[in-house]
Design a protein around this ligand. Structure first.
Ligand code: PGA
Length: 251
């Protein structure tokens, strides 16, 4: 049914030589019977190189960490979705909490980025997640619902097939604090219920929902054994080949 996915979000880490070495090592050590879909999300500047390195493996592809909300033109420093597609990216990560916080990305802006991605046949890993204060106030369900509905629920059921959701509680990102399996499963089930309500059982059941936030080899197995957790969006632990490989084998 739905895909098990492990995506490595390198953020602004690894230079070109280090990134290539990491991909080489992961590909070399990847078991031949690997069933997990693996995604590398490097920086733009060597995305094309990484995508080319993955070209011979059906289950390993490259993603960008962001794209412009504009199609093209006078936007110095921006990278368009069509440029990413021309570099053989297959996915783009949108709405990461670091982009929402540091680059004031709103749900409305992300809706336009999703449109650009789809215009160029890129699949989207759409991130959502609450802050610690929101969780403590009990606002996290409403917050996540608004993030998903305001950026994605204009899509048709057919278009939604190209969406992967990543639930990333902000308080767990890069902190070493992981959401407990129960906490993560509760939100994943909530998200899947939203999808059932909007798109029906079949579409909801075939959407992969990833967990992100201090996911590592020591907790991946337990997290991924939950009914509604279909893999992970991995930051820190995606920068070491052995850790990343161990996570990909945690289903
Ligand atoms: P982390 O980051 O695994 O380092 O917590 C996850 C993410 O931000 O995607």
């Amino acid at each position: 049914m739905r895909k098990n996915i492990v995506a490595g979000n390198w953020k602004m880490n690894l230079n070109r030589v280090e990134g290539i070495a990491l991909v080489e090592e992961v590909l070399a050590k990847l078991p031949t019977d690997n069933n997990t879909h693996i995604i590398f999300a490097p920086a733009f500047v060597y995305l094309h190189k990484v995508a080319k390195m993955c070209a011979n493996t059906s289950k390993v592809v490259a993603a960008a960490q962001d794209c412009s909300s504009n199609e093209k033109g006078a936007f110095t420093g921006e990278v368009s979705a069509s440029m990413l597609a021309s570099c053989s990216a297959r996915y783009v990560v949108l709405g990461h909490s670091e982009r929402r916080a540091n680059f004031t990305e709103t749900n409305a802006l992300l809706k336009t980025k999703v449109a650009q991605a789809f215009e160029n046949d890129l699949k989207v890993i759409f991130c959502c997640g609450e802050s610690l204060a929101q969780r403590e106030n009990g606002d996290h369900f409403d917050w996540i619902k608004s993030q998903i509905s305001e950026s994605l629920f204009h899509l048709s059921a057919d278009e939604f097939k190209n969406i992967v959701i990543a639930y990333e509680p902000i308080w767990a990102i890069g902190t070493g604090v992981t959401a407990s399996t129960d906490q993560a499963q509760e939100i994943h089930a909530f998200i899947r219920d939203l999808l059932v309500e909007k798109y029906g059982e079949e579409a909801a059941e075939s959407t992969s929902i990833l967990y992100g936030g201090s996911c590592k080899p020591s907790n991946a197995k337990e997290l991924f054994s939950s009914q509604d957790i279909d893999g992970g969006l991995i930051g820190g632990a995606s920068l070491k080949a052995d850790d990343f490989l161990a996570i990909t084998q945690s289903f």
